[in-house]
Write a protein that binds this ligand. Structure first.
Ligand SMILES: [Fe+2]
Length: 310
């Protein structure tokens, strides 16, 4: 008797046997045995979402992705938005911003620790980076610090005290000039162009200051998915604590910033071409090392919209 072949049906995406390997004891995981250019099953997608919530930042080594595949990957975690309208985007993919620093010393040689856009009430949920070009000779690592692990370092009485405090966040708070210098000059606008004039930069800062006045934020927040408490104030965007003296404010903030800089709560990632990193902006702070001089470094970035839960 002959076998009747069924007409081919749209197959459910096959499971990949991916493996989540802890990267550092307190933060980060590397997702192994996965090819992100192939379709991911719903159970794979769920495993990736869970890994991000559990570890704060997840890495995938040496992935070959088209822009469309990068967007599809990002959509597993949320809705892409444009984070910085002054950055160039990939042709036909406005949600993929191109971060191309050809001079890492441009803004004073260092970054500062920050939570992306924590000077707005609804900061982005997460970010999905795909490395296109890595500086020859190394450098340009990104470092993440677990704000939940930082909270866990606090003595119980001190933690309770911080939980009662509020702070003010603003995009012009940075003690380093980098952030403001970038706003003033635009990121990748060629030197000497109209848009790179001091006047154009000042206008951008003036517009942003009007649109985004300083906001009040809690010093300690709770992650909406894993329930962990975390330190939300950050060196890049917090100007001061409310209800305490100026001296107390600066000293208490510096105490928290020192904890954020503790190596035990950090994951430092040395990029290779094709690497993907995804971080949960609600539970980690990050820092981009600007130690590659004038070597080229190019990253594609997709930022995911705040989802209402944080
Ligand atoms: Fe950032």
């Amino acid at each position: 008797m002959s076998t009747v072949l069924k007409p081919s049906q749209p197959e459910a995406d096959a499971d990949q046997e991916l493996h989540v390997r802890r990267y550092k004891p307190l933060i980060g995981a590397v997702i192994e045995n996965v090819d992100l250019s192939k379709p991911l099953s719903e159970s794979n997608r769920q495993a990736l979402r869970q890994a991000l919530v559990d570890h704060g930042v997840i890495f995938f080594r040496e992935q070959t992705l088209t822009p469309a595949q990068h967007v599809a990957l990002a959509r597993i975690f949320g809705n892409p938005i444009r984070k910085n309208i002054y950055l160039p985007a990939v042709t036909d993919f406005p949600e993929i911003e191109v971060i191309a620093h050809s001079d890492s010393t441009r803004s004073g040689g260092t970054d500062n620790w920050h939570v992306d856009v924590s000077w707005q009430h609804q900061p982005p949920k997460a970010t999905v980076l795909h490395a296109q070009e890595i500086p020859e000779g190394g450098g340009g690592d990104t470092i993440w610090s677990s704000a939940a692990a930082v909270y866990d370092l606090l003595d119980a009485d001190l933690a309770r005290y911080f939980e009662k405090l509020s702070a003010v966040n603003t995009f012009i708070a940075s003690p380093k000039k980098g952030a403001l210098a970038e706003l003033l000059s635009g990121y990748d606008i060629p030197e000497g162009s109209e848009e790179n004039s001091v006047e154009a930069g000042l206008a951008r800062v003036r517009d942003a200051a009007q649109k985004y006045p300083p906001i009040e934020v809690p010093v300690i927040k709770t992650h909406p998915e894993n329930g962990r408490k975390l330190v939300f104030v950050n060196e890049g965007h917090t100007s001061h604590l409310l209800g305490v003296s100026k001296t107390a404010s600066q000293n208490l903030l510096n105490y928290l910033y020192d904890l954020v800089k503790t190596p035990e709560v950090q994951a430092r990632f040395e990029w290779r071409q094709g690497d993907v990193a995804i971080w949960d902006n609600r539970q980690v702070q990050h820092y981009a090392a600007r130690d590659y001089g004038s070597a080229r470094r190019r990253i594609h970035r997709i930022t995911l919209e705040h989802d209402g839960a944080f």
